[in-house]
Each structure stands twice: as structure tokens, then as C-alpha cells.
Design a protein around this ligand. Sequence first.
Ligand SMILES: [Zn+2]
Length: 434
Amino acid sequence: MNDFSLNSLMRVCKSCGVWKLSSDDVYCSYCGEKVASLNALLSDNIVYFGHFGAQDEIVLTLENDGQTDITVDAISIEHEWVEALYDKSIVYPSLQGVSLPYQIPSGNKWEIPLKINLIKPSSYYNCSVQVQTVAGINRMKIDVLPKPVLYTNLSYPLDDEASKIAETSVEIGKLDSSTNAPVCQLIRSSDSGKESLTCYLEIYESVVTVESVEIGLKINDEFKLSPNVSISEISPMPLVLDPAGIRRLNFTLDVNVSAFPVGEHPCIVHVRCSRIRETIIGEFFINRSSRPEIEFLRSIGNTITLPGEILVRHKDDNKDVTIELVNTGGLDVEMSNVIIESDWLEPLFEIPETLKSGQTEKLSFRANIGKFLSQLPESSEPLRLKGNLLFSFKCVEFSAYKIPDRRIELVLMIALMPIYDGIVAIDFGTANSC
Ligand SMILES: [Zn+2]
């Protein structure tokens, strides 16, 4: 029975079956077969910076897959931030009678943990590792890469009419992401249904292999997958993202808007990458708002007719009139401008003025009705005065959301102050008195 592994002194070349091998033979002196072979590999050759430097432990495995026992002459590590933990190294299958750690018997592996502890600014570093034996020099390299900087970009129509596309950018892996998380603003009517948002994951620093991307709801501080916010049409993974190469991983986010009542709904992005143990997390809110709506009280169509008749008796007469408007929508509105196209109306308010959601505001105008005195002969019908007003509004929180201008026709009925026989109409200092 030939058990070549037990005693190198008794070992005979497997290739020719003739030559007795000694431990420093690299080639069989009889048949020329290479008999010394060492396979060296690292469990990982990429380590990432975390929030506080790069700390990790990888394993250097030296596997003697040749026919002779191999003595390791040197393991040289370029930088002191990589430390070989020889006292924690393991040889297996473990055999008795073998001197360790410097000699690896044929068919055995020597596993040496390498501790990486790099406290430097997050950037690109590398460290070469060389193993020298009679079989040659094995060269390896450990790359330390910066903490990945990844963003998820969501692109969506701001309102039902899709008149403006808005974007929300979610930083992935931000330490304090739950506060001030970005908001995906959906200004929607009550009958909005399912929507597909155009999205991508983009890298700004480092190089990562993305294994998976998930988006779900944040419920009780935990990630929950939901049919109401789910990913489809995602690029095939794993995918290497590199600022100098493929920067983006595209996907579609399907949002069932009807499942999101008015208000903020926290969501979570989960990104898993090769060689990064923890899931990288980003947070954002889906904020469903009902659109800003302005109603003019007592208006019929675009016309507000003030009740009753205003009596005019002097060319300097004026009358303060008031209209009311209410913001019935879900977002604050700024009344940014009012153009009065009639010279007999003056505003008694200032702009800009903000109308909060649900707020009613009174706007007063001074109507210089005396101007029309000459058009009011005693016997005529009341005169209809029409004032044209053009209101402009802005959505306070989302300037990109355009609120259409509103044209309002303000109608006043004016009539001449009647003068009755036998009754003294109270009148001070005008030429018309009795
Ligand atoms: Zn041989």
C-alpha cells in the first residue's frame, strides 16, 4: 500500500512511479513533472470602508496541491494595516508529526486570517500579499474601496395631468437617513390608480456589485414588501456599478396610488451588494397630496355678482366691496398677483398672500362708483359695472406645480340715489340737493 502523504521520505513521483522525491524538489528529476505546487488565494480581495474606516477579516488559504511537502519561506504583506493572525491559523486535515506553521504537507491547507484595520480617509487603497516557497512566488492584492455612494432616483409626474415631471433622489446608506428623508410628491385627484415610476440606482463613488434592489414600506420601523409599491423591469443582476463604467441600474417602481391616502408614507430602499455584509438602506416618503384648488365663493362660472344695488349720488362716491376665496385643496397656495383690468377698482389688500389648505380669505376692493354718475339718469335701470380681475397663484411647497390663472368678472349693480317728493334726502353739499 502506498500512502504518499504520510512520509515525504518515502514519497515516489506519481507521474513516473520511479523517482523518490525530497521535500525541496520542484520537478521530478526523472520524468520532469512539476511536483511542488502551492495554490494561494484570498477569501476576498475587496474590502469596503464603512462609516469609521475599513475593518474586516479575510482568509489567506495556502493549499499544497503538489506531491511534496512545502515549506513557506516568507509571507510578505506590503502594509501594516493588514496583519496575519498566525496564532489563529488552521491547518487541515490536521495531521500529527508535521511541523507547523512553516511546512504544509502535501494535500493540506493552511488558512491564515488576515486582519484589515485601515483608519484613513475613505478612498482607494491596496496592499500586495506575497507568498514565497520553492514552488515560486504567489502574488495577491487586497483592494480597499471607498464607502459606496449610491443614490436611488425616482422620476414621476407631479400631478394627474403629467404636465411636469418631478424627481426625488434618495441617498443609500446615509447614516441618519430616517430624518429629513426625501419626499416623492404625488399631487393626485381622488381617483388616481396605478402608476409606473421611472427609476434608477446610480453610483457616485467606489465600485460595487449589486446583487439585489428592493423597495417596500416602512412599517413599525421594519422593511415590508408590499404589492402597492414594488419593483419591476429591473436590469439583470448581479451588476457591477462603477462611476467610470456602468453607472446606473434601471428599474420601474410600480405604485398603487389609490392605496396611499393623503399624507406621508415612509418607504425603504434595500440594496444588497457583494462583499458588503449589511444591507444598504435608503429611506423616502411617498406623500400623496390633493391638488391645490381655489374656489371663489358666490361665483357662478367665473362671475361674482354682488347682491343688491349700490346707490350713487356724487361723483366722488366710492364703495368698499368684498369677495371671498377659499383654498379647498390639500396644499398651501400663494396668491402671487392680481391684475385689475378695470380702472374704477382698487385693491385694499396686499400681495403676495398665502392661503393655507382650508383657509378662507376676504379680499376687499374700493369701487369708485361715482365715476358713473353721469351715466345714471334718474329714470334708468340699474347699471351693471363689470370689473375684470386676473388672479395668479403659486403652489408654496412645489413651485414646479403650476396652478392655472383664474379670471373673475366682478359685477356691481349701481343706481342713482332717488329723490322723493316731500322727503328730504340726506345729502351734504352737493349740487343735486332739493
Ligand atoms: Zn517522475
